[in-house]
Design a protein. Structure first.
Length: 176
């Protein structure tokens, strides 16, 4: 399937979770077998082309795509988790969202020093989540040069914020 065909499987829900937000809902895409498989093909090709040695995913929707991409490539998957979920000592970072604030945590012992970790998430809006993830991974010793997304919302400036931090964005589709 082409990116345009996959894009047609994303559902748009106005005013969720707050008035004025156009929510780009990937549940309709992942419920569609050929659409999900094609999405993973595109993401896995992009991760392979960028020399990924491990994949990191951002809780929760980034786990869906990130873990499956890692499995397709025979790579390990590193979860960047919401607070209070990991049973060991963690490093953490607080960050701003399009509609609120949040925190991510990482077990730094999951990272080999200098390992080329590619970040995967369903969507980039302001880039706050992906930047927080890249920051945590770098603090743990990873090399983080690339982040992959199913959906980019370019008007929210996430790609530019990532680039300013030395992380190149790749996205399967954009909603202007
Ligand atoms: C959503 C989405 C990204 C993030 C993008 O996650 O899955 O991770 O927001 O926004 P940003 O670029 O402005 O940071 P959310 O925090 O809603 O959590 P979820 O995956 O648990 O639904
Ligand atoms: N995460 C942040 N902004 C979003 C949006 N507009 N749709 C879906 N997920 C999001």
């Amino acid at each position: 399937m082409t990116p345009a065909e996959i894009k047609a499987l994303v559902r748009t829900v106005p005013d969720f979770p707050a008035p004025g937000i156009l929510f780009r809902d990937i549940t309709t895409l992942i419920a569609h077998g050929p659409g999900l498989s094609a999405t993973l093909d595109h993401l896995a090709d992009a991760a392979r082309d960028r020399g990924a040695e491990a994949i990191a995913g951002l809780e929760a929707r980034g786990f869906i795509f990130g873990a499956m991409v890692a499995a397709r490539l025979g790579l390990g998957f590193v979860p960047l988790r919401k607070p209070g979920k990991l049973p060991v000592d963690v490093i953490g970072v607080d960050y701003a969202l399009e509609y609120g604030t949040a925190r991510l945590e990482l077990d730094p012992t999951l990272i080999d020093q200098g390992e080329r970790v590619v970040v995967v998430d369903d969507l980039i809006a302001t880039g706050g989540t992906a930047l927080a993830g890249a920051d945590l991974l770098r603090r743990a010793g990873a090399t983080v040069d690339h982040a992959l997304f199913v959906i980019d919302l370019p008007e929210l400036g996430g790609g530019e914020a990532l680039r300013a931090a030395g992380v190149e964005l790749w996205a399967l589709m954009a909603f202007e």
